[in-house]
Design a protein. Structure first.
Lengths: 468, 370
């Protein structure tokens, strides 16, 4: 079985798994009762149960998207997925109290080391629930709220009620409806007015069980003049059967605030990664999505920013790497609703061994968005004749005082570059690795150093054996 | 190929907005009755004539005839709803044929005139091997609705250049479908000057093979509430070929320019070089521009690029012209003229560019006087 799984998903560093030791595991399949049971276990207020049930019905009634990779999408068997699995009795504040099997997993992923060295706070989610959570004392004293989403709902119900679904309503798309119906875990983060969180906070999401669905819900509210850098990482073990990750992330950047949201998605190649991420930026606020997609079988993720206040800014940098059997359908969306808003989108993708990368983007400029500026650049590298790259950008401009630019190119690695590096003594494989790392450099330089080093190492591993 | 039955059209689903080619101009909107279930039978055949642009006689080896058969294996697929509809309603099928090894000194002139409530015409164009041909096409008339289906082939080693002026009345709805096959080592350069009509939807598709090249250049001027929607697809079926798409759309008043396109490079089509540029000049606060330039690349040894830009007139250009004594309106017209002519510069025929420039100048002068 193990060999079969390896064949199915290839070599994957985080493909180990620990034995499942669930305290609660629902049977596979989705029904209204499952949705109500999840809500009941969490002892949620009635309004949340009602939203979940409405979202469930919307999910059932809404057809699958008729765009994108329909063949892969239609391969998802929703009846074969477990929608709730709890492996730990509660969320621990001390690493020592985390159950041994789970602690072992996160130790292997290097989470405790990272926390000690450079993080302002950590949430580690294992299956459906957060198992470990901590925040530095000085941030807590400044009033920063950093909780897992379930605790956030319990402790700050009014705030959650006000903002939950305000950026991504359940009716937005089929998978936001699914997430709203069965969400569990995720982060709830509120940065008070004027507070600048200097060290990044991190959430780490791990799917360990087979046929598991992870549906975390993240809500970040940056009050006026504040700033935060949130980093998330995702891994899953290597199984021959498929898992589903369908998250919703909502960001609210109030006047003059700044949110940077960095993701390194490295799910194993048996995970469907169907995520809705969106932020609203008010006057002079800025939102940055720094989005790296390396793993998963099919990713459909288009981080979006709604520029609602004058002078707001969006920056979206994304990279995608598609190997054998993978389709990274990623992109970005920016809606300019207010005057003098600006946005910059940079997308880079590499396809190898028959992998497929798609950029799907949307830029909308409303009639009121006077003087806005938009720049979109997409570059794609194809490393062999079996791979594929697509670009599907949409630009809708309804204002005559704005400037919108888009450019894209698809090419292979330049023979001159390879020749130059090999003439300096590098093997062809090393040279190719260096060119790929250089191609992704605009992305890696935006990451915290530890992440950038890790990403370069991952890319080198992915590039092994790519020559010849 | 058998004649498609009325069921062939009716069996096709009405395309949804998620199909980019139909995102901005729904099928219902360009259907002559607005009801997709209706296939009108009272469509009048548009008139077509062939002459030489310099007034001389049409040389031997060139003919324009009405024929019975339809174009086989068209680049316009059978499941394209517009093409299926046009095949169904067109009562006349005209065939323009240029024999092999024809070299023309003067361009052909093909004039199409659409009159009446609903008019339509289907044409096929066959340019024989190893020829050098230039042609000028004009489309005019006051029909309320005009359907134009044109399919053609450019044979091995031929160089074919054409320009088309679309100057329908300002209230005409135009539905246009075109499909071209460019054979080995052939070159097709085409330039469309789109000036008339109120609601226009054009679907232009081409297939190119080894050693061939296609240039598709479009200049569109929108005034009033005109909506001009162009969908362009180029299939690089085999490698070592070149495609160039340049579309310049100047949108004034509450007009809308739509440009969607797809460059598709097939698996194994190495050595393909494809580029697609959409530029929109927004001249009024109510003008709109929508662009979706798409690439699908399944071969690695290729060069494929696209770009799109939407912006107002550069204020420095206006300032310069006004400082030379032009009033603001004349200055804007001069910039618009330059912007539209810029789309034509890759055509490769000075004679045809001059002809188009003349037509554009008349159109803009008339617009300035209104």
């Amino acid at each position: 079985m193990k060999e079969q799984a390896r064949d199915a998903v290839g070599d994957y560093r985080y493909g180990f798994h620990d034995s499942e030791n669930a305290t609660i595991r629902f049977d596979s399949g989705l029904s209204e009762q499952v949705v109500r049971d999840i809500s009941a276990i969490k002892k949620e207020p009635q309004w949340m149960t009602d939203i979940r049930v409405k979202a469930y019905h919307h999910f059932i009634e809404r057809p699958m998207p008729d765009w994108g990779n329909s063949e892969m999408l239609n391969g998802i068997n929703f009846d074969n997925i477990c929608y709730y699995l709890k492996s730990s009795a509660g969320t621990e504040k001390s690493w020592e109290e985390v159950p041994d099997e789970i602690k072992r997993t996160f130790d292997r992923l290097g989470i405790p080391d990272a926390e000690q060295k450079w993080l302002g706070g950590v949430t580690a989610q294992y299956e459906s629930e957060a198992v470990y959570h901590s925040i530095r004392d000085d941030l807590e004293e400044q009033g920063v709220i950093f909780l897992d989403m379930d605790s956030g709902l319990r402790e700050y119900e009014d705030l959650v009620k006000q903002y939950f679904g305000s950026v991504v309503p359940y009716s937005d798309n089929k998978f936001s409806a699914l997430n709203t119906a069965v969400w569990s875990g995720g982060s709830f983060l509120v940065i008070p007015e004027g507070v600048h969180v200097e060290m990044p906070v991190q959430a780490y999401f791990r799917i360990n069980a087979k046929n598991m669905g992870q549906f975390e819900r993240t809500l970040i509210i940056a009050k006026a003049g504040s700033s935060i850098h949130y980093v998330e990482g995702c891994t899953a073990p290597t199984y021959s059967t498929e898992s589903l990750h369908s998250a919703v992330v909502e960001l609210i950047a109030e006047e003059g605030s700044h949110i940077r949201y960095s993701t390194i998605q490295n799910w194993s190649a048996n995970v469907y990664n169907l995520v809705t991420k969106r932020g609203i930026a008010y006057k002079n606020a800025s939102i940055e999505w720094v989005d790296g997609n390396l793993g998963s079988k099919l990713t459909m993720k288009y981080p979006a920013v709604i520029l609602k206040g004058e002078g707001a800014h969006a920056d979206i940098i994304s990279v995608a790497y598609s190997g054998e059997g993978q389709h990274q359908d990623a992109g970005s969306k920016v809606h300019h609703l207010a005057p003098r808003t600006t946005s910059r989108i940079l997308s880079k993708s590499i396809s190898k061994n028959g992998g497929r990368s798609s950029y799907r983007g949307m830029v909308q400029v409303s009639p009121k968005a006077h003087g806005c500026k938009v720049s979109v650049v997409c570059d794609a590298l194809l490393l062999d004749a079996d791979s594929r790259s697509d670009t599907y950008p949409t630009m809708e401009v309804a204002n005559n005082s704005c400037s919108v630019e888009h450019e894209a190119s698809v090419s292979k690695v330049s023979g001159d570059q390879l020749f130059y590096l090999m003439s300096r003594g590098h093997t062809e494989e090393e040279a190719m690795g260096m060119i790929v790392n250089g191609f992704f450099e605009p992305f890696t330089r935006e990451l915290p150093m530890e992440y950038a080093v890790e990403l370069n190492r991952l890319l080198e591993m992915e590039m092994e054996g790519s020559i010849g | 190929m058998s004649t498609p039955s009325i069921e062939a059209y009716r069996s096709l689903p009405v395309p949804s907005r998620s199909v980019h080619a139909w995102r901005y101009t729904p099928w219902k909107k360009v259907h002559p009755t607005g009801d997709p279930d209706v296939v009108p039978t009272d469509v009048i055949a548009a008139s077509v004539s062939l002459s030489m642009l310099d007034g001389t006689d049409v040389p031997a080896g060139i003919s324009l005839k009405m024929i019975d058969s339809q174009y086989p294996d068209s680049p316009l697929p059978d499941d394209d709803i517009a093409a299926a509809f046009l095949r169904e309603i067109c009562k006349e099928h005209w065939h323009l044929k240029v024999e092999s090894k024809t070299v023309l000194e003067s361009p052909l002139l093909v004039e199409i005139r659409a009159s009446g409530h609903m008019a339509a015409i289907e044409m096929s164009v066959e340019i024989g091997a190893h020829s050098e041909v230039e042609s000028v096409w004009t489309i005019s008339g006051e029909a309320s609705w005009f359907g134009f289906l044109r399919q053609g082939s450019i044979a091995v080693g031929t160089e074919y250049t054409e320009v088309m002026e679309q100057a329908l009345s300002s209230s005409t709805v135009l539905l246009r479908g075109e499909g071209w096959d460019i054979d080995r080592d052939a070159l097709m350069s085409s330039c469309l000057l789109s000036l008339g009509g109120s609601l226009l939807r054009s679907d232009l598709r081409s297939r190119i093979v080894q050693g061939s090249m296609i240039r598709q250049l479009i200049a569109s001027h929108g005034i009033g509430d005109r909506s001009d929607d162009h969908h362009l697809e180029i299939d690089h079926v085999f490698g070592n070929n070149v495609s160039r798409v340049v579309l310049h759309s100047a949108c004034d008043d509450s007009s809308r320019g739509v440009s969607t396109g797809q460059l598709r490079i097939a698996k194994g089509a190495d050595g393909s070089n494809a580029s697609q540029i959409f530029r929109n000049l927004l001249l009024s606060p109510d003008a709109r521009a929508e662009s979706i330039p798409e690439l699908e690349v399944l071969a690695d040894d290729v060069s494929a690029a696209h770009g799109a830009a939407s912006a107002p007139i550069d204020s420095e250009q206006l300032f310069y012209l006004e400082s030379r004594g032009l009033d603001p309106e004349a200055a804007q017209h001069l910039v618009v003229e330059g912007f539209l002519i810029d789309a034509m510069k890759e055509l490769g025929s000075a004679k045809l560019i001059d002809w188009l420039r003349g037509r554009l100048t008349i159109h803009l002068d008339c617009a300035l006087l209104e």
